[in-house]
Design a binder for this molecule. Structure first.
Ligand SMILES: Cc1cc2nc3c(=O)[nH]c(=O)nc-3n(C[C@H](O)[C@H](O)[C@H](O)COP(=O)(O)O)c2cc1C
Length: 316
């Protein structure tokens, strides 16, 4: 469907998914994805797509995250930049993308929608998405409010969906890939793991924080706002959690602005690791090095093959 060699996707990531990241993953045989909204305007996204095209001949995609926000981004402009840039794969996330599907599909663009539940996945299938990315409770970023881990979510999705889907959240290595395939997925999507690569265009402090952290080091924030996000623990996150505890159901977004608004450039570009809350998956517990994207993907495929031909074949 996507014209890629290996069934491995790099999910859209705010202030990580620049052209360098997407091109490195696509050059390694996976599907790299540029994060649309990290580019402040549609013109900047058009330039980022053009930059990525200079760095790879392989297919790559663009993520469009539909957020509930007071000032809506110029979505029609972003869609135009994608279409005119000749991008053929779009990863949508957040709100229902139905409104944008006709404008994408008439240009032969395949749409993969990110979902955190079976019911949302079925909705994505019903409105005509080509595939879904099923994000379990483990995932970095927004796991939704159902808290169903992939061990349950993936087989449930496989039982109900007719369109292909990839497993997302907690995926790191060949073991993850084989498990995802065994549970009915057609491939896997990784976020956090791709941040700890040589080519990820983010500060070394972030990569080191990922390598240093264990699976016990993520926290869930903003549950009271029904906008739950999994982030790496740090002093700003502890401050935020203390406010959440004190305010309970009365918590408002305004209360936590210092910890969540505008922090991504400070973290990802400047490496100021206590500037605020940033998305990070439990999979940090499985990340111990900073390989190139090619080393990572080759290693995943080699490990998957050896598990299938070794441990699993013994079961036959
Ligand atoms: C730093 C970071 C930023 C992210 N930003 C976005 C985003 O802007 N839009 C989106 O749809 N998903 C975003 N995600 C989610 C990823 O695309 C992916 O679904 C998730 O990381 C998968 O879980 P994993 O981290 O366990 O691999 C982000 C994840 C991380 C770690």
């Amino acid at each position: 469907m996507f014209g890629i060699r290996h069934p491995i996707i790099q999910g859209g990531m705010h202030f990580v998914g620049f052209a360098e990241m997407a091109a490195a993953v696509s050059n390694a045989g996976g599907l790299g994805i540029i994060t649309g909204l990290t580019q402040r305007t549609p013109d900047l996204l058009a330039q980022e797509i053009a930059r990525c095209r200079e760095m790879t001949d392989n297919p790559f995609g663009v993520n469009l995250t539909f957020l509930p926000s007071v000032t809506q981004p110029d979505y029609p402009g972003y869609v135009r930049a994608i279409v005119e840039g000749g991008v053929k794969i779009v990863e949508t996330a957040g709100n229902n993308p139905a409104k944008w599907l006709p404008g994408l599909k008439e240009h032969g663009i395949k749409v993969i929608h990110k979902c955190t539940s079976v019911r949302h996945s079925l909705k994505a299938e019903a409105i005509g998405c080509d595939a879904v990315s099923v994000d379990g409770f483990e995932c970095g970023g927004h796991p939704g409010e159902d808290d169903i881990p992939n061990m349950i979510l993936l087989p449930r999705a496989a039982d109900e969906l007719k369109i292909p889907f990839v497993a997302s959240g907690g995926m790191a290595d060949g073991r993850s890939l084989v498990a995802a395939l065994a549970m009915g997925a057609d491939g896997m999507n990784m976020g956090t793991r791709f941040m700890a690569t040589q080519e990820a265009p983010i500060h070394e402090h972030v990569k080191q924080a990922i390598v240093d952290a264990s699976e016990l080091d993520t926290r869930l924030i903003m549950r009271a706002l029904r906008n739950t996000e999994r982030v790496l623990d740090n002093p700003a996150v502890e401050r935020l959690l203390a406010k959440e505890k004190a305010l309970g159901a009365n918590l408002k977004f305004e209360d936590i602005i210092p910890e969540v608004a505008g922090v991504y450039p400070k973290i990802m570009k400047d490496g100021d690791m206590s500037a605020g809350a940033w998305s990070c998956g439990m999979v940090v517990g499985l990340i111990n090095d900073i390989p190139t994207c090619k080393e990572l993907i080759d290693r995943i495929i080699a490990q998957a093959e050896s598990i299938i031909r070794g441990r699993l074949e013994k079961l036959l």
